[in-house]
Write a protein of this length. Structure first.
Length: 107
């Protein structure tokens, strides 16, 4: 699988969990998947690819982490999909990041 390609100056809150699920953050392996969550944040925040494709990409990346990842991936997909109506504010992509957007649009 192709590795995440992120702008070095992109900031993200990594893996975000709703407050009612905060205690599951460790169980869900959030620390292991920070790079994938950052990638997901980039894709969703700037609407680089459709939200459902960004969610699917996150789940596919999590699934590469052995048995634990395969068990967690559907949950990541579910929670990111359910959160879409609540967390869907997008911003304009900075011009200096067009190269990164092109990378994901060609995938």
């Amino acid at each position: 699988m192709i590795e995440p390609y992120l702008p070095p100056d992109f900031s993200s809150d990594e893996c975000t969990f709703p407050s009612v699920l905060k205690h599951f953050k460790k169980t869900m392996g959030a620390n292991r998947y920070e790079i994938y969550c950052r990638e997901h944040d980039l894709l969703r925040r700037y609407n680089i690819i459709p939200w459902y494709k960004a969610n699917w990409l996150l789940a596919k990346r999590v699934a590469t982490d052995g048995i634990a990842g395969k068990l967690r991936a559907p949950l990541y997909f579910f929670f990111t999909t359910v959160s879409y109506p609540i967390i869907h504010k997008t911003q304009d992509l900075p011009d200096r990041w067009q190269e990164y957007a092109g990378y994901y649009r060609r995938m």
